[in-house]
Design a protein around this ligand. Structure first.
Ligand SMILES: Cc1cc2nc3c(=O)[nH]c(=O)nc-3n(C[C@H](O)[C@H](O)[C@H](O)COP(=O)(O)OP(=O)(O)OC[C@H]3O[C@@H](n4cnc5c(N)ncnc54)[C@H](O)[C@@H]3O)c2cc1C
Length: 546
């Protein structure tokens, strides 16, 4: 199957990219591994950051400054300036595509506070911001003629020399391996916080497929140790209590009834404060009882319903127990804006590491990143394909994937993939979670080596090739283990505390470590990990001078 541009991912980044990449004389396909409405983007609730007035350069500078500050010295000034300067236009574009942002009494787009922001700049649609934007973009993408290839799991990239040539994918409905040839590929496949299964707001399928396939294609991963823990998930189900709940005035209190932290502080600070309370044996709750029922129903409708259905709690009258949960991965495939070291390959959204977030992310900045850099990736891909021919495919690469699928089907196993998946999540939360130290990281590394040897002998119990759920889960698990190892090795090497990476054995931030950490795979399953000392620094100097 031949396309001009193939986009992997149907979240906001992928949809924005596909819309921009499409023109009247090119063919654009967008691939998702599940259905089109299933993505972290469609679960995003709280909002999207933007200064709305183009002319208000002071307010835009403040957005840049907050984002740089939140990155703890690892932000790339150029990427951050691009993010914040394009924000007013992106909100207008989304409105034009049919997104109906909530309005204030004067009819202007309403804005709320979000953690780490120095002013109210988060635009929203109740607490359904992500799903409202996703739906509008799906409509727009359909109307411009993007082809959707759903239930298609991308396994690997194909490339010739330094030029990408297509993707190898597995069709869920018949487990066949197919190749999509394209002149340019855009990866927008989301993050890896789902490797913390059972302790994550992400759907478990967000466990780093893109990162693992990028490693296998010789690309570098960057900032992998930085995983953001959101302070407030439901204790039982890890369902996200959006920052909007605190933005609207919710308090955090412990079982002694005390408020113990500034609720609107950055997520790392608030998460650590909650874990400390919990380590002392106290429970932690979000208290919304002082807000009126009408206010809650209007501003936090999903939370109101979910608390009732999932935890049996009426938040207008009762305290809601919460715990911190893995939420967002700052690390990703190393990019310069959206470009990578493979020609024709562009990366955007949560799976990219372009220096927008550095060591931490401000709430509301990732939907903005997905929109701004998704749009840019689409433009870059459209420009790239001009006068380009399709490349040939190395069919040895395809045969390897067919053999892998056959092997997973054909042999027998006594092992259960789900048990391994669950124990990976628990181990990562306990040993590579909110607080890390050398002993735990060393244990984590040994355990991962053991799980990786176990996974080699995982096979499908159910041999039916139609809609086989096990097959994709096994492939995801292989990727998740590879990505987990990159996280652990990076966390080990960073012997300091910075942003979301907190080490109880190295509590201070070190000036000699103010550089991104980069992971590459030099032969299958062997990683090289180190600081990249020249990256971003010139940029930052220019920004500080200018
Ligand atoms: C519960 C929750 C609430 C959030 N709230 C906010 C918020 O209020 N504000 C904010 O700024 N951010 C928020 N975030 C973060 C934000 O939603 C994400 O960072 C952002 O949506 C990522 O968008 P994306 O397009 O990069 O990827 P995603 O939306 O994660 O989409 C990834 C896509 O890639 C596809 N894919 C993945 N792997 C494969 C594969 N192997 N083959 C084929 N397809 C594949 C998936 O099918 C999916 O379509 C929230 C996140 C969560 C989980």
């Amino acid at each position: 199957m031949l396309y001009d541009v193939v986009v992997v991912g149907g979240g906001i980044a992928g949809l924005m990219a596909a819309i921009e990449a499409r023109s009247s004389n090119n063919k654009v396909a967008l691939i998702t591994k599940g259905n089109l409405f299933k993505s972290n983007s469609s679960m995003a609730s709280g909002g999207i950051n933007a200064v709305l007035d183009y002319g208000d350069s002071d307010a835009i500078d403040k957005h840049i400054e907050d984002t740089l500050k939140g990155s703890y010295g690892l932000g790339d000034a150029k990427s951050i300036a691009t993010l914040c300067k394009h924000a007013p236009r992106i909100i207008q574009k989304l409105s034009y595509y049919g997104v109906e942002f909530d309005r204030d009494k004067e009819g202007k787009i309403a804005q709320r506070s979000f953690g780490g922001g120095s002013s109210k700049r988060t635009c929203f649609i109740g607490d359904k911001t992500g799903s409202a934007i996703t739906q509008a973009l799906i409509k727009k993408a359909k109307s411009v003629g993007v082809t959707f290839l759903v239930n298609t799991f991308v396994m690997n990239l194909t490339y010739t020399g330094k030029r990408v040539s297509g993707v190898i994918a597995l069709r869920r409905f018949d487990s066949s391996v197919v190749v999509y040839l394209a002149k340019a590929i855009i990866l927008a496949g989301g993050g890896y916080a789902g490797i913390y299964r059972g302790y994550s707001t992400n759907s478990p399928d967000y466990s780093g497929d893109m990162h693992a396939l990028a490693l296998r294609a010789g690309l570098a991963l960057q900032d992998m140790e930085f995983v953001q823990f959101h302070p407030t998930g439901f204790v039982k189900t890890s369902y996200l209590v959006s920052e909007a709940a605190r933005g609207e005035g919710g308090y955090l209190i412990n079982s002694e009834g005390d408020r113990f932290v500034d609720e609107l502080g950055t997520r790392d600070v608030v998460s650590r404060a909650i874990s400390k309370e919990m380590a002392e044996g106290k429970e932690v709750f979000i208290d919304l009882r002082h807000l009126s029922q009408e206010h809650i129903e209007q501003k936090l409708p999903s939370l109101y319903k979910s608390a009732y259905h999932q935890a049996g709690i009426d938040i207008t009258k009762e305290l809601l127990p919460i715990k911190p949960v893995a939420h967002y991965s700052m690390g990703g495939i190393q990019t310069t804006m959206t470009k990578t070291s493979l020609h024709g390959l562009f990366v955007c959204g949560e799976c990219a590491s372009n220096g927008v977030h550095g060591a931490n992310r401000l709430g509301g900045n990732s939907l903005l990143e997905a929109s701004v850099f998704g749009e840019l990736a689409g433009i870059e891909a459209r420009n790239f394909i001009r006068n380009k021919e399709l490349m040939t495919i190395d069919y040895n690469q395809v045969i390897k994937e067919i053999e892998l699928v056959d092997k997973i089907f054909d042999q027998e196993t006594g092992k259960n993939f789900n048990a391994i998946r669950v124990s990976l999540g628990k181990m990562m939360f306990e040993k590579v979670g909110i607080t890390r130290n050398e002993e735990n990281l060393t244990d984590a590394f040994s355990y991962l080596k053991y799980l990786r040897s176990e996974v080699k002998s995982l096979h499908c119990v159910n041999k039916e090739r139609t809609n086989n759920v096990e097959l994709i889960s096994i492939l995801e698990l292989r990727n998740a283990l590879e990505v987990a190892e990159a996280v652990v090795l990076s966390a080990q090497k960073r012997t300091e505390s910075r942003g979301a990476h907190y080490r109880s054995d190295y509590k201070d931030m070190r000036s000699d470590m103010a550089f991104p950490m980069v992971v590459t795979e030099f032969k299958p399953n062997f990683f090289r990990v180190g600081f990249e000392k020249n990256r971003f620094i010139d940029n930052l100097r220019k920004f500080i001078k200018g």
